[in-house]
Design a protein around this ligand. Structure first.
Ligand SMILES: Cc1cc2nc3c(=O)[nH]c(=O)nc-3n(C[C@H](O)[C@H](O)[C@H](O)COP(=O)(O)O)c2cc1C
Length: 182
């Protein structure tokens, strides 16, 4: 066991970019790291013995996390708990600093309440708004959320709310958790 694996789900590609930045940060700090889409992880499986650290990440989609991510966690909770572990999620409501905290984010609070895995490393990131690449109904739903939370509703809006320094800081946190390095 000598590396980190980040298992992720991404619908529009933004969580993939966040995962890649985490992986690059771990590499730069000296930790071996790989990333794997949840479909590959579930369908093809992987050798858990290769990894001393497994991190899971996904966006909030319609108020919830992807069911494959939740199934992966439920099926592998013992393996996650036997390693350094962590979880991160993205959502547009987290562009509000209070909702970017674990305590202030109701999606992560619901997730923590409904299952028994308590991730050692936990992080909430703000995600991306990209109406032009989302379908009509998806855009409409997010515009409603935005209307309620006083966010942008113009159809040409593309805004990356992610704080990339925070992403790198979380990558370093994982590196430190698995190595004990300061
Ligand atoms: C179909 C859809 C539903 C979403 N539902 C929510 C939601 O309920 N709450 C929220 O805060 N953000 C929501 N978002 C915003 C996403 O969490 C955010 O855009 C994230 O960056 C998407 O990551 P991805 O590109 O990896 O799929 C939604 C986005 C889409 C496309």
């Amino acid at each position: 066991m000598s590396g980190t694996l980040i298992v992720y789900q991404s619908r529009g590609g933004h969580t993939s970019r966040v995962t890649r930045r985490l992986m690059e940060t771990l590499h730069a700090a000296g930790s071996a790291c790989e990333m794997m889409d949840i479909v590959e992880a579930q369908q093809e499986g992987f050798d858990w013995d290769k990894y001393d650290t497994v991190i899971v990440g996904c966006p909030v989609l319609y108020g919830d996390f992807d069911k494959r991510i939740k199934a992966f966690i439920a099926e592998n909770q013992d393996k996650l708990e036997a390693r350094t572990n962590g979880f991160f999620c993205l959502s547009v409501v987290a562009r509000n600093p209070v909702k970017a905290t674990v305590e202030g984010n109701r999606y992560i609070q619901k997730f923590l309440a409904e299952q028994t895995w308590k991730p050692q490393n936990l992080k909430v990131f703000a995600g991306k708004v990209d109406y032009p690449s989302w379908g009509f109904f998806d855009s409409l739903s997010i515009k409603l959320i935005m209307k309620m939370t006083k966010g942008p509703t113009a159809s040409d809006t593309v805004i990356d709310y992610t704080d990339w320094n925070e992403v790198e800081a979380f990558g370093l946190q994982i590196h430190q958790a698995r190595t004990g390095d300061e």
